[in-house]
Design a binder for this molecule. Structure first.
Ligand code: C5P
Length: 219
């Protein structure tokens, strides 16, 4: 068995991949990679610089030198803490647009692969098991219906005292899914050897149990 264990969690937005990644990493004592944050920070930086989100070449240059760092659970752009700024619906939409450019994705590949460190890595995203870590020993594809994902997001926003509109959230999720699933490079889809988990009817604890069972089977 290779020295570094890699567990990938892919799936559409709002399925609870991020929470699952954190819980698994805590239990296993492994590192994490939140690849969505990478695209979100890129979208934010591009918007702030006034770049068009379809300007592939300029975005690729920006991606190659993106001053992004993860520190104690916070996301830093240069030295600014942008952890909250990147979690808005607009930032998610911008991330999905910049992520659609093949040259942007290539520019970020090595950076993501450097997160593979002993004893192990839990990586969350859309193409972790298909493109970034095709040799991962365990690949999970976590899905749920758009309606239930929008409802979960609605509750999160309300709990934070933020404005939320459920029909709009459902429409946004469908639009982002469609873009992520239909792009020509690294489209959102399960790897051939992924274990697919549909969390529509499952609690967070049930999802964790189910994935831990797979972890015990593989590692
Ligand atoms: O996972 P999260 O919602 O933070 O991702 C934001 C967007 O970044 C996604 O909608 C997707 O377009 C893009 N993304 C991607 N590949 C990844 C992670 C995220 O294309 N590995």
């Amino acid at each position: 068995m290779p020295a570094i264990s890699i567990l990938t969690i892919d799936g559409p937005s709002g399925t609870g991949k991020g929470t699952l990644m954190q819980l698994l990493a805590e239990q296993l004592g492994w590192h994490t990679l939140d690849s969505g944050a990478l695209y979100r920070v890129l979208g934010l930086a591009a918007t702030r610089q006034g770049l068009e989100l379809d300007a592939a070449e300029a975005l690729t240059l920006l991606a190659a030198a993106l001053p992004l760092a993860f520190n104690a659970g916070r996301v830093l752009l240069s030295d600014e803490d942008v952890s909250d700024a990147i979690r808005t619906e607009e930032a998610g939409m911008a991330a999905s647009r910049v992520a659609a450019h093949p040259c942007v994705r290539s520019a970020l590949l090595d950076w993501q692969r450097q997160f593979a460190r002993a004893p192990g890595l839990v990586a969350d995203g859309r193409d972790m098991g298909t493109v970034v870590f095709p040799h991962a020993q365990l690949k999970i594809f976590l899905d749920a219906s758009p309606e239930i994902r929008a409802e979960r997001r609605y509750k999160q926003l309300k709990e934070k005292g933020l404005n939320a509109n459920l029909p709009q959230l459902i429409a946004d999720i469908r639009e982002r899914d469609a873009r992520d699933r239909s792009r020509p490079v690294a489209p959102l889809c399960p790897a051939d050897d992924a274990v697919c988990v549909d969390s529509t009817q499952m609690s967070r604890a049930e999802v964790l149990d189910c994935v831990l069972e797979e972890v015990r089977r593989v590692f």
